[in-house]
Design a binder for this molecule. Structure first.
Ligand SMILES: N=c1c2ncn([C@@H]3O[C@H](COP(=O)(O)OP(=O)(O)OP(=O)(O)O)[C@@H](O)[C@H]3O)c2ncn1[C@@H]1O[C@H](COP(=O)(O)O)[C@@H](O)[C@H]1O
Length: 120
């Protein structure tokens, strides 16, 4: 879709480093709920992180409605972080999300929707 949609190398990005760390918090990797927030979240089952996403998204909406830039950044960081937790829980990597965004780069949402409606 993108004219030069090479997958960006994001391996040095903070999201990749955090994802590496989150993998070590999985029960299968010996994550300890007593010392790790993420391991504790994993130990509660998949619904726990999904619930946090709902909460953090709501907090982000409230921050944006209130027009508070610092809170918007902070709440979005919370939301992105919990999205990384959900990716890890599902055996997925942030690089895959970045690659999907790169694939979409330069394609208008209107254009994409029109082609979807033409080829359902
Ligand atoms: N980026 C984060 C991060 N952002 C937010 N949080 C935690 O996410 C929670 C957000 O929930 P809330 O704002 O609702 O606060 P809360 O009331 O304490 O949360 P709950 O107890 O209700 O779940 C807080 O406990 C934050 O500390 C994070 N916890 C961890 N990380 C990263 O994850 C890594 C691994 O963390 P641990 O597994 O805890 O070592 C860390 O080194 C960081 O890089």
């Amino acid at each position: 879709m993108n004219k030069d949609n090479a997958t960006p190398d994001v391996s040095e990005w903070v999201i990749s480093r955090i994802a590496d760390l989150l993998e070590t918090r999985l029960p299968s990797r010996g994550g300890d709920p007593a010392v790790s927030y993420v391991a504790k979240l994993f130990s509660k089952g998949p619904d726990a992180a999904l619930k946090k996403i709902g909460e953090e998204a709501t907090e982000l909406v409230m921050a944006a409605k209130d027009g508070q830039p610092e809170r918007i950044v902070s709440e979005m960081a919370d939301l992105w972080f919990h999205c990384l937790v959900v990716l890890t829980e599902n055996g997925l990597r942030p690089e895959q999300v970045v690659a999907e965004l790169a694939r979409r780069e330069g394609v208008s949402g209107l254009q994409e929707k029109a082609s979807r409606l033409k080829n359902p």
